[in-house]
Design a binder for this molecule. Structure first.
Ligand code: AMP
Ligand code: ZN
Length: 504
């Protein structure tokens, strides 16, 4: 279709922006590290998942086939595997013991609950479904086989506490993150599993022996559970083959997680390059600060999109998606109320344009297509921006230009132009997913019965009548009543307009 187009992305491995070259031409096979389901995923996690969604959509937009795998980590992710929390406990077990965790019958129940919520939030944010969403607990057998193979070919060894990957056996360790110096590594990989039998402090766990662990399996090394890094090597290769075209995740995964994945995978397959392209999303912060429960700025998808009556803020999920999309994935993103509000306005304009086009299609006014070529050029510019290392700010700017163009036609949009506009809206939505939730009909022509909207409209009509009769006291009282309902009224030359206020 668009095969002359080149898809370029920054590759953490080579530190350059380079063309994505699938092993099988025009078929992108990629893996993206999913969440550990010990709690609700926050909007930072979703920023990383959105990058993968945009890689998927951009590849599809140029006519490539895609095979997209993203996992659910439901066992084995120890806090020590991250640099940020060295306490060395299993994240899932720690969560079960926490205040929120007490409502679950057991750890399996907790994992199932948060995995289900994750998938719900995924759909809420209009992220496309992966081809496979493997779970670590469903691939323990394959992980055990991989560890056995690593032991057999001299890359792993057993101690009384577990099985470790021998970093010394893989001289290229460090090629992704640049962490090559042994002294530096000793500092960064916190060796919290104090195991005096470990041969090298850099060695990381492939299997932990633990007869008391809440999730355990029987293995050649007795009861225990797999380490975190091995799950992604095993599950990605199971569904995508020994060499992936691309592997993605958040910036914190570069080291140690992805570095360890490379070491394991290339040692398993005889040093074939594991993934050609490595893509990492920079972190999201909220109002300039790292998200944390303690600071009260820990934002989950549901804390924003659920209606106020259910403890949320009633934010339109597509406005949230557009906000996340408004920042370039390779720059840290500061999520603020101001950007959220601006994107709520953008999404409203999109809806207005879609309704305008739908009305023009029904009216069927004759005339020549006056929009097609201009909108096509804007779509191509947005696609080119996405192909240029996922330049979402530029793609959004081009898209908003299209919306302005459509709305500029006011009442005189003829049918031929409306057809072009509809085609543009559909293609743009397929690329960016910001106009309508996938699989759902576009915004209805006439608003469906909404008791709040009906009440607001009735009050506004009454307010207009009061103003006309110069009964300003009544008009003001109505405005106050609307404010109490959470409605903001804007008086414009075309008459009063209203929207729901967001209180974030
Ligand atoms: P985790 O559940 O911690 O394994 O994280 C799931 C994904 O979200 C990983 O790719 C992380 O790198 C990513 N991630 C975690 N925190 C953030 C953040 N604040 N901003 C962007 N991505 C994040
Ligand atoms: Zn992973």
């Amino acid at each position: 279709m668009n095969s002359e187009k080149t898809f370029r992305l920054y590759n953490t491995l080579t530190k350059t922006v380079e063309p994505v070259i699938p092993n099988e031409p025009e078929h992108l096979r990629f893996y993206s590290c999913g969440p550990t389901v010990y709690s609700y995923a926050h909007i930072g996690n979703f920023r990383s998942f959105l990058t993968s969604d945009l890689i998927l959509r951009t590849a599809q937009a140029i006519g490539w086939r895609t095979t997209y795998v993203t996992n659910i980590t439901d066992v084995g992710h120890l806090t020590e595997d991250d640099l940020s929390d060295p306490s060395g406990e299993d994240r899932m077990v720690k969560a079960l013991r926490s205040k929120e965790g007490r409502r679950f019958a057991n750890i399996w129940d907790l994992a199932r609950y948060y995995a289900n919520v994750l998938i719900e939030d995924w759909h809420t944010l209009n992220l496309r479904e992966p081809d496979v969403r493997p779970r670590a607990t469903e691939h323990v057998r394959q992980q055990i086989l991989a560890v056995e193979k690593l032991m057999a070919n001299g890359h792993a060894y057993e101690t009384s506490q577990g099985v470790y990957f021998s970093v010394e056996s893989f001289p290229e360790y460090g090629k992704l993150s640049g962490n090559r110096e042994a002294a530096e590594l000793e500092q960064t990989v916190r060796d919290v599993v104090v195991d005096p039998e470990k041969r090298d402090p850099r060695d990381f766990a492939l299997w932990k022996k633990d007869e008391k662990h809440l999730m355990q399996w029987y293995s050649p090394w007795g009861w225990g559970f797999p380490g975190w890094h091995i799950e992604c090597s095993v599950m990605s290769m199971e569904y995508l083959g020994e060499q992936l075209d691309l592997h993605a995740g958040g910036e914190d995964l570069i080291f140690p997680h992805h570095e360890c994945e490379i070491a394991q995978s290339e040692s398993l397959t005889g040093k074939k390059p594991f993934a050609r392209h490595w893509v990492h999303t920079r972190f999201l912060q909220v109002e300039g600060e790292k998200m944390s429960k303690r600071l009260g700025n820990f934002l989950t998808v549901r804390s924003l999109v659920l209606p106020e009556s259910e403890g949320g803020k009633g934010v339109d999920p597509l406005a949230l998606r557009m906000t996340l999309l408004s920042g370039y994935y390779r720059k840290p993103f500061n999520f603020t109320l101001k950007t959220l509000k601006a994107n709520i306005r953008h999404v409203t304009r999109f809806r207005e344009a879609a309704a305008h086009v739908a009305a023009a299609l029904v009216a069927g006014a004759p005339g020549e297509d006056r929009l097609g070529p201009r909108l096509d050029a804007l779509y191509e510019a947005a696609l080119d921006a996405m192909l240029d290392d996922l330049n979402t700010p530029e793609a959004l700017a081009k898209t908003l230009e299209g919306v302005r163009l459509i709305l500029g036609f006011k009442a005189n949009l003829n049918e031929a132009s409306a057809r072009s506009a509809q085609a543009w809206l559909d293609r743009t939505n397929a690329l960016l997913g910001i106009l309508a939730p996938e699989g759902e009909a576009p915004a209805p022509l006439a608003p469906t019965a909404d008791p709040l909207a009906e009440k607001v409209e009735a009050l506004l009509t009454e307010r207009q009548a009061a103003r006309k009769a110069r009964d300003f006291a009544r008009a003001d009282a109505i405005r106050e009543e609307l404010t109490a309902l959470g409605i903001e009224v804007m008086d414009t030359p075309e008459g009063p307009k209203w929207r729901k206020m967001i209180r974030v």
